[in-house]
Design a protein around this ligand. Structure first.
Ligand code: CO
Length: 213
């Protein structure tokens, strides 16, 4: 039986010692609680680690990851993370970060069956359908996947704005910006798609909720 996982414990001990060398109080401080300013919604892809690529430390970023960084309105996991981040931690920025060459987006663009995951990928197919006129014009497959990666992020930013969790925060004038970014695995650079939502004005009126009085 492969015991490669044992390295993880060794690495952990090394890391603990390094942190303590830099700051003997490091873990004592972290144990006191968290006050992150950011909620990160990213892809589960092992090449897109939220903290490393943004230079953030433990305690600075609340993280939710799933295949293709989706905001599915019936996903209890995402909704619970979102509610806790917005209502309790009061994060100021939510970042949806996709990445070029996303396997989930590529799979959603094709017609092959993959099993259970097809139900998840269908949400990305819906994004394709909404933007099919633009996407069908792109002949190069790689370019088409990468544009769908961008459009998917833009739709997920909007989907966050559609939630009552986000709209109620805006209603009580809690500062909350929703950003759409794309990470390029081939050069490590994050691109801001500049589709930031900061109020219900950034959403189609059919999605506006009246305030609960
Ligand atoms: Co991905």
């Amino acid at each position: 039986m492969e015991k490669s996982y044992l390295t993880l414990f060794e690495n952990n001990k090394k890391w603990v010692n390094e942190q303590l060398k830099k700051d003997p109080e490091y873990f004592t401080k972290l144990a006191n609680g968290q006050k992150p300013e950011y909620l990160w919604i990213g892809c589960s892809d092992s090449r897109v680690p939220a903290n490393e690529i943004t230079g953030t430390n433990p305690g600075e970023m609340f993280v939710h990851r799933n295949i293709a960084n989706m905001v599915v309105h019936s996903d209890m996991n995402m909704l619970s993370v979102l509610s806790y981040a917005v209502d309790v931690l009061k994060v100021k920025h939510i970042i949806v970060c996709g990445h070029y060459g996303c396997g989930g987006v590529l799979a959603a663009m094709g017609n092959q069956q993959y099993g259970l995951i097809d139900n998840w990928l269908r949400h990305i197919k819906d994004v394709y359908r909404i933007h099919h006129k633009e996407l069908d014009m792109i002949k190069d497959e790689k370019a088409r996947v990468n544009r769908l990666v961008q459009l998917n992020v833009i739709e997920q930013v909007q989907d966050l704005g559609k939630t009552s969790i986000v709209q109620n925060a805006w209603e009580r004038e809690q500062p909350l910006h929703i950003h759409g970014w794309v990470y390029d695995i081939s050069d490590g650079i994050i691109d801001d798609l500049k589709v930031t939502c900061t109020s219900t004005k950034d959403l189609h009126s059919v999605y506006h909720f009246d305030s609960v009085k």
